[in-house]
Design a protein around this ligand. Structure first.
Ligand SMILES: Nc1ncnc2c1ncn2[C@@H]1O[C@H](COP(=O)(O)OP(=O)(O)OP(=O)(O)O)[C@@H](O)[C@H]1O
Length: 244
């Protein structure tokens, strides 16, 4: 079991996060600290607030109240530049596969030779070398998701947020994405991933955050949360009961 005590360095901490709309609470997380070395998986049923929390952690949306800090610093432009995010349905630029990666690398100021070397390495990493010249929008959904992750990794992020990246994928394509994510994690990229796939949480997570009704109902080492949850509602969710 990977343990939360084994800190890797990067810590994301939130305090008093709250979002409500039309009098309804959508997110209410008094405190959360993500600091372990391996992937954090945020699990929960539809509408639990997983995406809202992820977007707050990435600074894409501003909560009505509360703070997000990374290594003790507020999420300013510099901290945000150390983060990348991959969405459930990534949008590809109307360019080739290599062109999508080149776009990111050019913005990072790499020269032509550096970009070519990095593109080749990234395509090899994602199992896409044969697709380099293909239009990115003609990729299969599984290939497109791998490219989206490679494009995020091209920014050399310290933190990679993934919002249900495999929800539209079959088992083979899911496995390809999961191994890409695990390799990035092993190289030190801090992974925070939303899923409602409990099997995926078992395969990937070092620690698991379970959300329901906009609240974090449980957070701890994966084995503890998945095999011996403290909350009855989490136990029922993990047992496959329909939770509303
Ligand atoms: N901009 C918004 N305005 C009003 N309600 C919103 C807004 N964004 C999200 N919500 C609501 O907040 C709740 C949480 O949404 P969120 O997308 O975070 O859930 P989720 O756990 O990621 O669910 P799913 O697994 O279905 O993606 C939902 O009820 C959603 O309708």
């Amino acid at each position: 079991m990977r343990d939360l005590v084994e800190e890797s360095g990067l810590v994301i901490e939130t305090q008093g996060l709250r979002i409500s709309r039309r009098g309804q609470s959508l997110l209410d997380v008094p405190y959360l600290r993500l600091g372990g070395p391996g992937p954090t998986v945020i699990l929960g049923p539809n509408g639990a607030g997983k995406s809202l929390l992820l977007r707050c952690l990435h600074g894409l949306i501003q909560a009505d109240a509360g703070t997000v800090r990374q290594n003790g610093r507020a999420l300013d432009a510099e901290e945000r530049a150390s983060q990348a995010m991959v969405f459930q349905r990534p949008v590809m630029l109307r360019r080739s596969v290599a062109g999508n990666l080149d776009f990111v690398l050019r913005r990072r100021g790499l020269n032509r030779a550096q970009r070519q070397a990095r593109i080749a390495a990234l395509l090899a990493e994602g199992g896409l070398p044969s697709r380099a010249r293909q239009g990115a929008r003609s990729l299969s959904v599984g290939e497109a998701q791998r490219l989206a992750i490679l494009r995020a990794l091209a920014t050399e992020p310290e933190v990679l947020f993934l919002d249900e990246p495999t929800s539209a994928l079959d088992p083979g394509a899911t496995q390809a994405v999961e191994s890409l994510v695990l390799r990035a994690s092993a190289r030190g990229v801090r992974i925070v991933m939303v899923t409602h796939d409990i099997g995926q949480a078992r395969r990937l997570a070092a620690d698991v955050v379970v959300m329901m009704g906009g609240e974090v109902v449980e957070h701890g080492p994966a084995a503890q949360v998945l095999d011996d949850p403290a909350s009855g509602a989490v136990r029922r969710f993990l047992a496959g009961e329909l939770i509303f």
